[in-house]
Ligand binder design. Sequence first.
Ligand code: ADP
Ligand code: MG
Length: 327
Amino acid sequence: PRLANQIAAGEVVERPANIVKELVENALDAGASRIDIDAEQGGIKLLRIRDDGFGIDKDDLSLALSRHATSKIITLDDLEAVDSLGFRGEALASISSVTRLTLTSHARDAEEAWSVSVEGRDMQASVSPAAHPVGTTVEVRDLFFNTPARRKFLRTEKTEFSHLEEYVKRLALSRYDVAFSLRHNGRTIHQLRPAERGIEKEKRVASLLSAEFIDSAVHIETEAAGLSLQGWVGLPTFSRSQADMQYFFVNGRVVRDKLVVHAIKQAYRDVLYHGRHPAFVLYLTLDPKLVDVNVHPTKHEVRFRDGRLVHDFLFRTLHRALGDVRP
Ligand code: ADP
Ligand code: MG
């Protein structure tokens, strides 16, 4: 039953942001080193995600669009060991059922590129030759063109774009080694080069979130008892009320977790008597066996085997770091 629950992802597509998340994760799974995202009208009219990953073989193109045909999971053990982001084998199928989708790919070992287009449930897709460098482009047009009832739940272009951009931020903050670009209605919103050194990472954070945040932030880098924490926490002098500038990654995946937020806020309150809107970008790394990040594929929840240990580690680390800079 647990396996069934974990796979029961439901519909992945509610809004353009969900599509971006799934397609960028696919690109990362394919080993991409650069990902270019193009959106029009909040992503409702068009989303184009292009990567330079290993691509898809001609024979697998149509298969990639069919539900569960590609699920990487076979047993619960597999699920626990899964380290790729996609594991349900249904994202492309779900997306293609509510959009006009074109999948174009040039597999690394192939001579040429191939393309397949589908509209809604119409699955008699035929594969035709295309021009494309090694890698994949997924182009998705007219979200919910065939389901007007769901289209009504979409918000304004601006709101949909900001949701979409939020996912791009999280993904770009989780993979500094990958170049990202994001364009909206022909305008470049983010253009991020791969970042290796600390200073380059700080530049990425500044450009994605806020230069003001990173300028006033305390840098964290601590390891203890098999746990490691890296990143930045903002001081209250960074005073925009940024309830939303809270990014916490566990083994590279973004999570929203009460225990984590509690530990951080408590450290702020203890040291600075102020814990309302701490801003942070933090990366916790621990043995994957000590954490279950697949509790729900879309909710970003996490379950630590030893929550107390993690809570205390976070609290102590931040307590010390903030104490060092207390005015
Ligand atoms: P999942 O990622 O869960 O396997 P998806 O529906 O997201 O399912 O993708 C189906 C399959 O299509 C993937 O397993 C992968 O083999 C292939 N695929 C999708 N996108 C890409 C991409 N950008 N590059 C290479 N292969 C891809
Ligand atoms: Mg996927």
